[in-house]
Write a protein that binds this ligand. Structure first.
Ligand SMILES: [Zn+2]
Length: 125
């Protein structure tokens, strides 16, 4: 006792001294719940997951919608966002077309009528 008292722990079931890092009691076999770490024992330790910056995700999403989600590993959502952005961009082109085409259409009719008038009555112009 006393050589590394701060680093040793005792079995929560039988109270026997456990080695550092041991998850099962060598005497009774009781599974020791780790004091620090995730609540889901048995899965991969959370330290193995690399941390990713939300700021980088925002910057990527600012450049290309959906890439922020892909950066976060949500590839499905990212692809949906990317396709939605492409459709939105295409709809903007169509919307602009709905404004520009009637202008060109009406201008063409008016200009065509005036061109015919210039052709028919060149003395008036
Ligand atoms: Zn034990």
């Amino acid at each position: 006792m006393g050589k590394k008292s701060g680093f040793e722990s005792s079995c929560v079931n039988c109270g026997s001294t456990l080695d550092l890092g041991s998850t099962y009691c060598p005497r009774c076999g009781y599974h020791q719940r780790p004091e620090l770490g995730s609540e889901s024992g048995g899965l991969a330790p959370p330290k193995s997951r690399p941390q990713r910056s939300p700021a980088i995700a925002v910057a990527l999403a600012f450049l290309i919608p959906g890439v922020g989600h892909m950066y976060a590993g949500e590839w499905g959502t990212g692809i949906v966002f990317l396709l939605a952005a492409i459709l939105a961009a295409a709809s903007m082109v169509i919307f602009v077309g709905f404004i520009l085409y009637p202008i060109v259409w009406i201008m063409g009719m008016i200009g065509g009528a005036r061109a015919v008038e210039r052709f028919n009555f060149p003395d008036r112009f």
